[in-house]
Write a protein that binds this ligand. Sequence first.
Ligand SMILES: Cc1cc2nc3c(=O)[nH]c(=O)nc-3n(C[C@H](O)[C@H](O)[C@H](O)COP(=O)(O)OP(=O)(O)OC[C@H]3O[C@@H](n4cnc5c(N)ncnc54)[C@H](O)[C@@H]3O)c2cc1C
Length: 414
Amino acid sequence: MAEQTFDVVIAGAGPAGSTLAQRLAERGWRVALLEKKRFPRAKVCGEFLSPECQPFFAELGVLDTILARGARRVRGLELHGWKHSALGRYGPIGRSQPPALHGLALRREVLDAVLLDRALAVGGVTLFPETEMRYLIREDGAVRGVVARDADGDPVAIRARFTIGADGVRSRIAEELGVREPLAWLDKLALSVHLPDLAWGDVAEVHFFERGYFACAPVDGGRVCLNLVIDRADYRAAATRPNEFFQRSLEHAPALAERVRAPLAVARVTGLGPLACRTSRQTFDGAALVGDACGYVDPVTGEGVYFALVGARLLAGALDTALRAQRHDAEALAGYVAGRREHIAPRAAAARLLQRGLAHPRLARAVLATFAARPGLADLAVAVAGDYVPLSELFHPGVWSRALARRPASEPKA
Ligand SMILES: Cc1cc2nc3c(=O)[nH]c(=O)nc-3n(C[C@H](O)[C@H](O)[C@H](O)COP(=O)(O)OP(=O)(O)OC[C@H]3O[C@@H](n4cnc5c(N)ncnc54)[C@H](O)[C@@H]3O)c2cc1C
């Protein structure tokens, strides 16, 4: 079997893997980046990028390219459901200023290719295209690399001081390390489609109904990205084709249905396994997980790419320190664990709490009615989900008094 050696081998060239590869190569490390799919590749996603992603893109040197490739500016999030609607816009909240008064939205096949190209431009990153990580090489209880199947179907061994699972929500590396646990109570799937020529403004929309929701964002090229997220059990019970199921579900979202007239062609179906999972550990002797491979809750808050970007930055710093100290034990990555605890864990916990709430339609309806009556509260919710307001800010009473101020309520629609 062919064998090669690097400082770090990363499985998966999504936002987590590509940006981690770039950051390591910029520090002088030799990186192998394995990607099983042929790029550019689509990825089922709401394709909304929260405002806090923009400083990361600027730091990585891709913000201008992303804008040049047609990323749409998204100025807020409109929530619909149970005859109420509320618009939250990005703006200052308490002492927190957004990095921009908008998020961005861009098809993932464009975004991920931009990030990968940027990583490869640094020098020091060797891409193994259409190469699938198959299993881990382990010696003396530590991970020492991977065995993969290359584009010709031949096995290749890639040895490294650290092996990184950036291989997404169904991470084979997390599975092999025995730390991946599906969240059975969040057993959902998503049906996804891009619609051309749909009249749309400059906000993303979520249309909630009793047992699911549509998430919609205007993306590049005048398209709108539409995702239907539902319980997998409901989809199975309907025993129908994806297009029909999608079309039928639109009846639950009248404010959306009135704009989507043409018969739909649902291009992709995903989530045949659970979308949501978590991991009990993210660092190991000779290995670590980053991005969705660490666990993923549910797309409703549109924070997954932000988590991937922030996780990659934290892990790059920790790996650099460990590699310089000639260490490859799990404890050497303690800085990454601490960073995740501070920056990612509270938001992931909040997203899980939100999902618990959405499982109770009466509660969800009451929250939406409150947002409709008090738009400041909708602004606050959108800003928190936009990742630029630390959760600690919510302990400042001034933030709440402003958010709770009653303004003219939007009447329930007939
Ligand atoms: C329906 C839906 C809507 C979403 N909406 C949003 C949104 O609006 N905004 C947002 O920020 N996030 C959203 N997310 C979440 C977001 O898509 C993810 O959080 C994000 O893609 C995570 O990036 P990643 O790099 O960790 O993983 P991924 O983007 O999944 O990349 C993993 C890569 O690893 C590759 N790979 C997998 N296995 C192997 C292997 N064995 N060997 C080699 N390569 C492998 C895959 O081909 C893939 O390219 C949504 C998710 C879903 C399901």
